[in-house]
Design a protein around this ligand. Structure first.
Ligand code: AMP
Ligand code: MG
Length: 411
């Protein structure tokens, strides 16, 4: 914190993040779910393959299976049977013989190669092989995708659609996963009206809970939405107490900046152990984190861009840890900016950018324009953050900058 460039009293972003993560203990309760219900849950077990995939050698082509040794005497083999997907050939493999085989059908013991049907001449039972073949051609080997006993997925992994298919391909019908988190959302402010209602003078529409709820759905949690709570001490206190009883974590937006007119801070001070931080990031800055009697608490700033960015960059990582999931890894790239970027030293900026490919095939980033913390549309048109370090000043077009690609929570 003795950094000469950070304004006094501001907490470096990395420190806020590590302080917060240090206070999170992952949940331990697990449930067993059928795989078709397990999408986006976090695995509570390692998955080892109970079988080889594919389980037997099988044909990659419609054609004829034979033992390669047979072709050393003659290129005409005798057709003795057939192997179809689901009903394999039951006979033996003798030299000089071949069988009809279809894609995916078992290549029986002794047969070791397949020729595609386009490359043979069929004359009743006499099959003439027109091209030279090598051992194993067009045969998919047992276990070539996954071997028996191989670890396929690890504890802490969040299941994707493809993973569900992989589990099915292994014959695994149920998996042990961590239970869903319950997350309460509270918006505070007398000026906030719900969409669908009419605005009176001085009002604005409440949007933070909508963004957060949508992002939380992607995190696969149960959202308990407390809606908008008016700036009234007792109402706020009751809402926080109820939220704390029902949820693993309570997330509020608004009312955490110094000098705020509402009672959120007073209530939180009374109910729990909450730290009110001023983090050296832009947008963001005011952010509260701590513990209520039964739950974790995240207090996001009220401004929509600040609320979203602090949720995405801080709270989401904490909730991921609470879920017992692997750490979120964001993709960062060094690219050239084609816009001039306004910035003063003192805070780390998460400016909104649009990453494109120029005529030379290189990645370049441009600014979305005005970067005010209330301009939510800037996040909607962006596809990345331009992350500018604390000490950075103005950036000229043509300079290299770091961008962080938007992940699935923002898209
Ligand atoms: P506050 O931190 O409560 O002073 O709020 C800062 C700014 O964010 C004010 O302009 C609020 O009107 C606005 N704001 C607070 N909560 C929300 C919300 N849930 N949705 C949209 N804007 C909000
Ligand atoms: Mg407020």
């Amino acid at each position: 914190m003795s950094d000469c460039c950070s304004a006094p009293g501001l907490l470096p972003f990395e420190q806020a993040l590590s302080d917060m993560l240090g206070q999170i203990t992952p949940i331990t309760e697990t449930i067993t779910l059928p795989i078709e219900q397990a999408l986006a849950y976090v695995l509570a077990q390692n998955i080892e393959s109970p079988l080889n995939v594919p389980p037997h050698d099988n044909s990659a082509m419609d054609g004829y299976a034979f033992a390669i040794e047979s072709l050393s005497k003659s290129n005409v083999l005798t057709l003795v049977g057939r192997s179809m997907a689901g009903s394999p050939y039951q006979g033996e493999c003798k030299l000089g013989q071949c069988i009809r085989i279809m894609t995916g059908a078992k290549v029986p013991e002794g047969f070791n190669s397949v020729e595609m049907q386009e490359n043979v001449e069929v004359n009743e039972q006499d099959i003439t092989f027109l091209q030279e073949k090598s051992y194993g051609s067009h045969v998919r080997n047992s276990g070539e995708d996954i071997c028996i006993g191989q670890q396929v997925l690890a504890k802490g992994h969040r299941l994707t659609p493809v993973d569900i298919g992989v589990l099915a391909s292994l014959g695994i019908a149920n998996v042990e996963v961590y239970r869903k988190l319950n997350i309460a959302l509270i918006a505070t402010g007398d000026e906030l009206k719900l969409p669908g209602r009419e605005l009176t003078e001085g009002d604005i529409y409440e949007s933070n809970s909508y963004v957060l709820s949508a992002m939380l759905q992607k995190l696969n949690v149960n959202v308990i939405d407390f809606g908008v709570i008016r700036d009234d001490y007792q109402l706020i206190k009751t809402a926080f107490e109820q939220a704390d009883q029902q949820a693993d974590a309570v997330i509020s937006s608004g009312g955490v900046s110094v000098g705020d007119a509402d009672y959120t801070k007073d209530v939180l001070d009374e109910l729990g152990e909450i730290a009110f931080w001023k983090i050296a990031i832009k947008p963001g800055k005011p952010f509260a984190f701590g513990k209520l009697p039964n739950s974790l608490f995240f207090g996001l700033p009220g401004n929509p861009v600040s609320a979203l960015v602090t949720f995405h960059q801080l709270a989401l990582l904490a909730l991921t840890k609470l879920q017992h999931a692997n750490e979120l890894k964001r993709t960062v790239l060094q690219v050239t900016t084609i816009s001039e970027l306004r910035k003063s030293p003192g805070r780390m900026d998460f400016q909104r950018g649009i990453l494109t490919v120029n005529e030379d095939g290189n990645n370049v980033v441009s600014s979305t324009g005005a970067q005010g913390s209330g301009i939510l549309s800037s996040l909607s048109i962006a596809n990345c953050y331009i992350v500018l370090p604390v000490e950075q000043g103005r950036v000229n077009a043509g300079e290299r900058v770091m961008v962080q690609l938007f992940d699935e929570y923002l898209r």
